[in-house]
Design a binder for this molecule. Structure first.
Ligand code: NAD
Length: 492
């Protein structure tokens, strides 16, 4: 019998084993050893969770918005009270530094609940007079049971970005976190239990995408699905959900360009450009992975960039000095390294990185570490049709390519199937606006990166997704508008 820590599904307010009694094991990416048993749920478990969510829906959706907001605030308070435990668990399970988990993931998770609690407290609905005796108003009605599917890179952050609005707007939910990073979702279930959230309002079913995830998308009583993950998976979901006429939000992959013009203030912004490339081991859908640098400053930029990258500490995620921990899994490390091998075979230059750090302590030698990697070409320009310019690597690997003209760099930036985000580094206001207008992306940052205003739409164009999430966008996703028109008084 294994001595690994084990988590359970959370259905109808109770922790329950999967009906098959089957479990997956999940690795600690720092050691490479199994550390967690995760339920391998199947359609029967999903069906039980959906039933619980359906049963809870009438009472939950009938609460006043303010009462639901109070529940969300209690959940946020509990996450904050256990923030250190959450941060350590996220780091253990995902590989990211504890410090980053504390500052970004866990802080944002409680903010997600507080934000949507605030939003629903303030919400107004539209009313419009048609003539002296006729007026209309719009009711925003929750849809029912929301199916929420989230990835492994920002596990609690992205799960709560879906759960908070789904619940705030009066839906109940069944969530399926990534099988690679289920631990903090299980802690969140403890929070639901501890605050006394009514049973069935929020349910968590763990397991594989092709099994538990697919069963959730197929379930006839789940009319809305919010998914964040890879583009290939998103396409599969769309194919399943389309004939069932489900509402679907897809937040998918990216291959984000970073445009560095010759007037960029690198003394101020170089560190931010490095961070935008490698934060969270480069495992953020928003990380810039294709850098385009004006030919005039290309040489000096590459030299400074590489020097800065080499100063980043890669290693033990518990060390507060560590900037990058291990990648999430052995399989993912193999995939990321295959792109580096491809680049070498194609005659490109690996300027730094490409290997695990040397001198890792004994306990971390089996971990999935990779130094931040910078790839260039001897010609200074990469062929934009190359695999490494076109495909999402989703790890600590960037390319740097030189450009001469504005039109050229915009065309190169737009030359992939993706369109999630872009960053532009320049001191010219008109160039910044022109680039923002012409880039194919859901979000464009100028002289900054990952600055998020939760009120505003978030999502991608082209293969980076369908739909948006944010204050109004999540309202539109998780509710249906009903227009009511009333005529009153005597007919004349
Ligand atoms: P993934 O697509 O492999 O898995 C995402 C989730 O979907 C997991 O919970 C998985 O179990 C589930 N899943 C897999 N197959 C399924 C199926 N057939 N039906 C239902 N669910 C299924 O993605 P990943 O590897 O976990 O995450 C990395 C990807 O996520 C990257 O492409 C990254 O860019 C993307 N991402 C996008 C955003 C965004 O906001 N656009 C944010 C973070 C990550």
């Amino acid at each position: 019998m294994s001595s690994l820590r084990q988590i359970e599904n959370f259905i109808n307010g109770r922790f329950v084993s999967p009906q098959s009694a089957a479990y997956l094991t999940s690795d600690n990416p720092s050691s490479g050893e199994a550390h967690l048993r995760v339920p391998r749920s199947a359609s029967a478990d999903v069906a039980a969770a959906v039933q619980a969510a359906r049963d809870a829906f009438p009472a939950w959706s009938a609460l006043r918005a303010e009462e639901r907001a109070d529940w969300l605030t209690r959940i946020a308070d509990q996450i904050d009270a256990r923030a250190e435990e959450f941060a350590e668990a996220e780091s253990l399970d995902q590989g990211k530094p504890v410090k980053l988990a504390r500052q970004m993931d866990i802080a944002r998770a409680s903010t997600n609940f507080r934000f949507f609690a605030g939003v629903v407290r303030q919400e107004l609905s539209v009313a419009a007079p048609l003539d002296a005796r006729t007026f209309s108003y719009v009711r925003r009605e929750p849809i029912g049971v929301a199916g929420l599917i989230s990835p492994w890179n920002l596990p609690l952050y992205l799960l709560t970005w879906k759960l908070a609005p789904a619940l705030a707007y009066g839906n109940t939910a069944v969530a399926k976190p990534s099988e690679l990073t289920s631990l903090t979702a299980s802690l969140l279930a403890e929070v639901f239990r501890d605050v006394g959230l009514p049973p069935g309002v929020a349910n968590l079913v763990f397991g594989l995408g092709a099994e538990a995830g697919q069963a959730l998308v197929e379930h006839p009583d789940v009319p809305v699905i919010s998914f964040t993950g890879g583009t290939v998976t998103g396409r599969k979901l769309a194919i399943t959900a389309a004939p069932l006429l489900k509402k679907l939000s897809l937040e998918l992959g990216g291959k984000n360009p970073t445009l560095v013009f010759d007037d960029a203030n690198l003394d101020r912004d170089l560190a931010a450009i490095v961070r935008s490339s490698f934060l969270n081991q480069g495992e953020i859908c928003l990380c810039g992975s294709r850098l385009y640098v004006h030919a005039k400053i290309y040489e000096s930029f590459v030299e400074r960039f590489v020097r800065e990258v080499e100063s980043l500490k890669v290693g033990d995620p518990r060390d507060p000095e560590t900037f990058m921990g291990p990648l999430v899994s052995r399989e993912h490390l193999v995939k990321v390294k295959s792109y580096i091998a491809w680049a070498k075979d194609a005659g490109l230059q690996v300027r730094t990185g490409g290997e695990a750090p040397v001198n890792l302590p004994e306990a971390l030698r089996g971990g999935f570490f990779l130094r931040p990697t910078v790839i260039t070409s001897a010609t200074k320009r990469l062929d934009q049709t190359n695999k490494i310019q076109q495909e999402e690597v989703f790890g600590p690997v960037v390319t740097i390519s030189a450009f001469e003209t504005f039109d050229e760099v915009i065309a190169q930036a737009n030359s992939t199937r993706y369109g999630l985000s872009a960053s532009v580094w320049t001191e010219s206001l008109s160039r910044a606006h022109e680039a923002a207008a012409r880039l194919h992306a859901g979000t464009v940052w100028v002289n900054g990166w990952m600055l998020r205003d939760l009120r505003l739409p978030f999502g991608g164009v082209k293969d980076s997704g369908l739909g948006r999430e944010g204050q109004l966008d999540s309202l539109h996703l998780f509710t249906e508008p009903k227009t009511v028109t009333i005529r009153y008084g005597d007919a004349t």
